[in-house]
Design a protein around this ligand. Structure first.
Ligand SMILES: CC1=C(O)/C(=C\N=C(/Cc2ccc(O)c(F)c2)C(=O)O)C(COP(=O)(O)O)=CN1
Length: 457
């Protein structure tokens, strides 16, 4: 796989510093063996997240200067609203400062204690807000999504039998909505197909259950539909994105992904009554419903980012850079999640570190080894992220124990990808030496992944 030639040239740069091994060892100990607690300046290549870390374009920076900071009815809000309506197709657009704020407001509007929310695999903040409002999340994704080696084109698909069984078990009236992610982050950025989405739409329509999309990386999902789903190769990404949204009743959006911005999000629905309920909560938690926790300049950057995100060369080269990294790593025999997702290469930590027992958190251990080796920050997407079962309090050990190498958009070049690939391959060749993991020294009660601290065993 060749590294793509980007459809842009660099006009502004931010200097990077490579630390010494000694510096990194000291920094990691201070950070409690949680790379998420490292100061960013001690990280050389930061693959912690693609959320809010992408490079904005000169046109987005120019739009920032046009930000209308009026409290009510900002010009920038109407530009933002028009961009969401044009590209996602929902009538009622409600700004929020980022995705989890949209999730919180949607959950407060639709979920009541005792409710059940089916979805194609969990995402941490999405499930958290569902549980905080008394709901129970049920994973109805196809079984293959939990198998890192299953190389299927649409592992984000819903297993319709699982969905029907949940409806039969709890009753449609106990299901406020079906929560669908496009792509599925925790499965490695796996897309859902339009055919499956249409089947979910049909099944839920029969029971009067709404479908709410998590659109954070829906442009990447649209790209995979164009590449992999028969009958769509001749359509534009923009047309396919609209088609995805048409099959849903609303969406929560973290604009910090597809739309390249450093902050921003929105909730969009078709039902004006739900929209009014949500706007009332936005005023309580985010700010007036025409800015929703963003400055006018942020609204402008999101609007411009949406337009750029659906340009074919932009999304193609974004996904191809990830494929380049995956190809180099997999070429050396390193176990990764197949097929490669749109935003990340996911290392299968149990396959990578077979001698580290699950109770010693192999994925967390591997993130530490990657940082020590080359100053690379990656993301634990395994048992630490999965947290504890809210009922039993026991650690959840999901089948996927992954290290996510998450690629920011338009930020790193082929040279950086090669540094990452070389480091991963070097560690894989030394994997026999890595036979003990880590244990908690501090474990927060909520979303422990961010603030946990560990000690090496
Ligand atoms: C599919 C989806 C997301 O990927 C997502 C965020 N994602 C992050 C940041 C993150 C979030 C929670 C974690 O445990 C985590 F470790 C990383 C990420 O890196 O992937 C949100 C929430 O959107 P907000 O971040 O704008 O509020 C909603 N939906």
């Amino acid at each position: 796989v060749r590294h793509p030639a980007e459809p842009w040239r660099i006009k502004s740069v931010e200097p990077l510093r490579l630390t010494s091994p000694e510096e990194r060892a000291a920094a990691l100990a201070t950070a409690g063996y949680n790379v998420g607690l490292l100061p960013a300046e001690l990280v050389y290549i930061d693959l912690y997240t693609d959320s809010g870390t992408s490079a904005m374009s000169d046109r987005q920076w120019a739009a920032v200067m046009l930000g209308d900071e009026s409290y009510a009815g900002s010009r920038s809000y109407y530009r933002f609203e028009a961009a969401v309506r044009d590209h996602y197709g929902y009538e009622e657009v409600i700004p929020t400062h980022q995705g989890r704020a949209a999730e919180s407001i949607l959950s407060r509007c639709l979920i009541r204690p005792g409710h059940h929310i089916p979805g194609n695999m969990y995402f941490t903040t999405t499930r958290e807000h569902q549980e905080l409002n008394g709901g129970t999340f049920h994973d109805v994704i196809v079984d293959e999504a939990h198998d890192p080696a299953a190389d299927l084109p649409f592992k984000g698909n819903v297993d319709l039998t699982k969905l029907q069984q949940l409806i039969d078990k709890v009753g449609a009236e106990q299901i406020p909505y079906v929560s669908l992610a496009a792509t599925v982050n925790m499965a490695g950025g796996q897309p859902i197909s339009l055919a499956n989405l249409a089947e979910v739409r049909e099944l839920t329509r029969r029971h009067g259950i709404p479908v709410i999309l998590d659109a954070a990386r829906a442009v990447e999902n649209a790209w995979f539909i164009k590449q992999r789903e028969p009958g769509w190769s001749g359509r534009t990404v923009a047309e396919i994105l609209r088609k995805i949204c048409e099959l849903t009743d609303g969406a929560t959006m973290s604009a910090k992904k597809d739309s390249f911005v450093n902050i921003g999000g929105w909730l969009a629905v078709r039902d004006p009554r739900l929209a009014e309920q949500a706007r009332n909560l936005v005023v309580v938690y985010e700010g007036l419903h025409t800015y929703g926790g963003m400055a006018g300049r942020d609204l402008e950057a999101v609007a411009q980012g949406i337009e750029e995100s659906v340009q074919e060369d932009s999304i193609r080269t974004r996904v191809e850079q990830v494929a380049y990294l995956a190809d180099r790593i997999a070429g050396a025999g390193v176990p990764i999640v197949r097929p490669v997702g749109g935003h990340a290469v996911c290392l299968n930590a149990t396959g990578f570190l077979p001698y580290v027992p699950r109770e010693q958190f192999p994925a967390q251990t591997l993130t530490c080894a990657l940082y020590l080796d080359a100053g690379i920050r990656s993301t634990e997407r395994g048992a630490v992220s999965a947290g504890r079962d809210p009922v039993t309090g026991e650690n959840r050990y999901p089948p996927l124990e992954l290290v996510r190498l998450t690629i920011p958009r338009r930020a790193y070049t082929q040279g950086h990808m090669d540094v990452v690939a070389d480091s991963v391959i070097r560690l894989y060749e030394r994997r026999e030496e890595l036979c003990s993991g880590v244990e908690f020294t501090h474990e927060p009660s909520t979303l422990r992944f961010f603030q946990s601290r560990f000690r090496p065993l």
